[in-house]
Write a protein that binds this ligand. Structure first.
Ligand code: PAF
Length: 280
């Protein structure tokens, strides 16, 4: 496994590969877990050379304490990547990426950026767009893999690629869950025992909401979910929305032939967890 922390060295290595070598790319912020490994396994089955980046991107954090507290476990990550037979790891520092100017570019994602995560985490998707575009320019992958846990991010990256005519195929990967249903996230390690025990309530509530969706109105489903969280002393609901998967606009109106998904963000103390589920 080759590990590079400089753009030039990584690019030098990748351009030395034969022209027919396909590159599969998995951008991460480290603190790798089984969810990341499942993306890497999928990429390995579909590409000749796997590149994983580990970079905690400062411009996508709307709160400084979230960036400071984000788990950083590079040594452990490298061991996991070695064990899974990853080919190339890119571990740049902030200077290497931002060249002394740690700001994000402003993007238009045709409105996908204003709702849900975009509404609650100002500037988040400009930060994501900036780093993902930069990494695509450096790595020039044929395929790039993103988990559906960050469903809004996935749609935004598809839009980024389309609008900027970046020649990469974006491959969505299903949410990877713990046995008790909690969506895998690097943030889960920050949960206390009490919060960790309570956290599967998020997915349990989502699955019950999905079951109710067929017969109830959207407002009834939203009210029901909000009531469940009002009764929970450990988890604080930030938002629960039902949205058309194309526009991501939260709606109260159920229409025929539209595919809907439910989206949720919850605080367990200062740890923010998100999840989503297909409804029809
Ligand atoms: O999903 C993530 O871990 C990050 O948002 C990403 C795509 C690696 C960009 O920093």
């Amino acid at each position: 496994m080759k590990v590079f922390n400089k753009n030039k060295l990584l690019q030098g290595y990748l351009s030395s590969l034969a022209t027919d070598v396909s590159i599969g790319f998995i951008p991460t912020m480290g603190a790798l877990h089984e969810g990341h490994l499942s993306l890497i396994k999928k990429a390995k089955a579909e590409n000749d050379c796997i590149v994983v980046s580990v970079f905690v991107n400062p411009t996508q954090f709307d709160k400084k304490e979230d960036l400071v507290n984000y788990p950083k476990t590079l040594e452990k990550d490298l061991k996991l990547l070695e064990a899974i037979d990853c080919n190339v790891v890119f571990t740049p520092n902030t200077d290497e990426i931002y060249k002394g100017n740690i700001t994000s570019t402003h993007f238009s994602f045709d409105g996908l950026e204003f709702v849900m995560e975009g509404e609650h985490r100002k500037g988040h998707f400009d930060g994501v767009g900036t780093i993902v575009k930069r990494l695509f320019e450096i790595v020039k992958p044929h395929k790039a893999y993103f988990g559906e846990k960050d469903f809004q991010q996935l749609q935004i990256i598809k839009k980024l690629v389309q609008k900027h005519q970046i020649t990469v195929e974006i491959v969505p990967c299903e949410i990877y869950r713990e046995k008790d249903g909690l969506a895998m996230s690097s943030r889960n390690v920050r949960l206390t025992n009490l919060q960790r025990n309570e956290a599967p309530f998020i997915f349990k509530t989502l699955t019950k909401a999905r079951d109710k969706f067929e017969k109830k109105t959207i407002s009834e489903v939203i009210d029901w979910v909000e009531k469940q969280f009002e009764k929970n002393p450990v988890l604080k609901l930030e938002y629960f929305e039902i949205a058309n998967i194309k526009t991501l606009k939260p709606t109260k109106l159920k229409e025929d032939k539209i595919i809907y998904r439910a989206f949720i963000a919850v605080f367990a103390g200062s740890v923010r967890l998100i999840d989503n589920i297909a409804l029809n």
